[in-house]
Design a protein around this ligand. Structure first.
Ligand code: SF4
Ligand code: SF4
Length: 297
């Protein structure tokens, strides 16, 4: 069985990537299983998804702890201790990072493949942060057992179910074809299969609801949760042209644009999630967007 774990951020199509990969595996004659795992957070928050592909019936359930392949759609996650995308990786794990620059330390420890999916998505989809087709194509190609025709069929089926328009679908199919030719199949070392042991059913005791419900113990603690590393693109105010109208200050949904003592807008990068609404709302387009790159050495 091949176990593939996908990491990315809310809104990047990571769940869809795992679904496409699962469907492509199924169309190529394998058993497949795919599912996502994410919390209550919204766009930009770290998310995970899992795909298992096997020649035999898959009895294993639950998140993949010991993956054969880790697909990282957003390289900034490498610096996110809460996401920990390398968790469970060992020297036999193949790691893919969407990055224009191979992270050196990672290459010393693991088999590493990189490609700049962000630029490829921009080229074919005119969007930088939708990795559903791209990441599934990388996974399928690394596995080396999934035919291009099956992958294209899976992309078409999954995206059509989501209501994609014809032109965007064609862009996704072109993107997949290009990735399929760019990435070489990997030589994967199968992990030793563990024998599943049947254990007696556990019946939980009754607990008062407050034991399991989330409780906010301190008021006003939002500032402690630094969400700046959720950004894929960074807004940068062009102060030479900004006329201090403060529309961006009013429109930022997270309230992270302050007004400094000179009456100018100032972005709090510790908490800005990079939604780029401010850049869209600035009447003179005086907020530039700059791609964040991973800081992993
Ligand atoms: S990108 Fe702009 S609007 Fe979005 S959170 Fe950051 S400062 Fe606010
Ligand atoms: S909306 Fe644009 S012009 Fe107005 S304060 Fe913000 S950056 Fe400056």
């Amino acid at each position: 069985m091949w176990r593939i774990r996908l990491h990315g951020r809310g809104g990047q199509g990571i769940k869809t990537a795992s679904q496409i990969l699962g469907s492509a595996g199924f169309y190529s004659g394998f058993q497949a299983q795919d599912f996502p795992l994410y919390g209550a957070e919204r766009r930009g928050a770290p998310v995970m998804a899992f795909t298992r592909i096997s020649e035999k019936v898959i009895l294993e359930r639950g998140p993949i702890i010991s993956p054969d392949i880790i697909l990282i759609g957003d390289e900034t996650l490498l610096n996110d201790s809460q996401s920990a995308p390398l968790c469970g990786a060992d020297p036999t794990t193949l790691i893919f990072v969407n990055s224009p620059h191979p992270p050196e330390k990672l290459a010393q420890k693991f088999s590493l493949v990189t490609a700049d999916l962000t630029d490829l998505c921009h080229k074919h989809l005119n969007k930088r942060t939708i990795y559903s087709s791209a990441l599934s194509a990388v996974g399928a190609r690394l596995l080396g057992t999934i035919e291009l025709a099956d992958l294209l069929q899976a992309v078409e089926d999954e995206l059509t179910q989501q209501g994609i328009v014809t032109q965007a679908l064609q862009g996704n199919l072109e993107l997949v074809r290009e990735i399929y030719t760019k990435i070489e199949p990997a030589i994967l070392t199968p992990k030793v299969e563990k024998t599943l042991i049947t254990k007696p059913m556990v019946l939980p005791d009754y607990r008062p609801v407050v034991d399991g419900a989330p409780i906010i113990l301190e008021p006003g603690n939002m500032a402690l949760r630094k969400t700046g590393n959720w950004r894929v693109e960074r807004p940068e105010i062009d102060y030479t042209h900004c006329n201090d109208c403060l529309i961006c200050y009013a429109r930022c949904p997270d309230g992270v644009i302050a007004v400094n003592p000179e009456g100018r807008p100032a972005i709090d990068y510790d908490h800005c999630k990079g939604c780029l609404i401010c850049a869209q709302e600035c009447p003179g387009h005086f907020i530039n967007t700059v791609r964040e790159t991973g800081l992993f050495p």
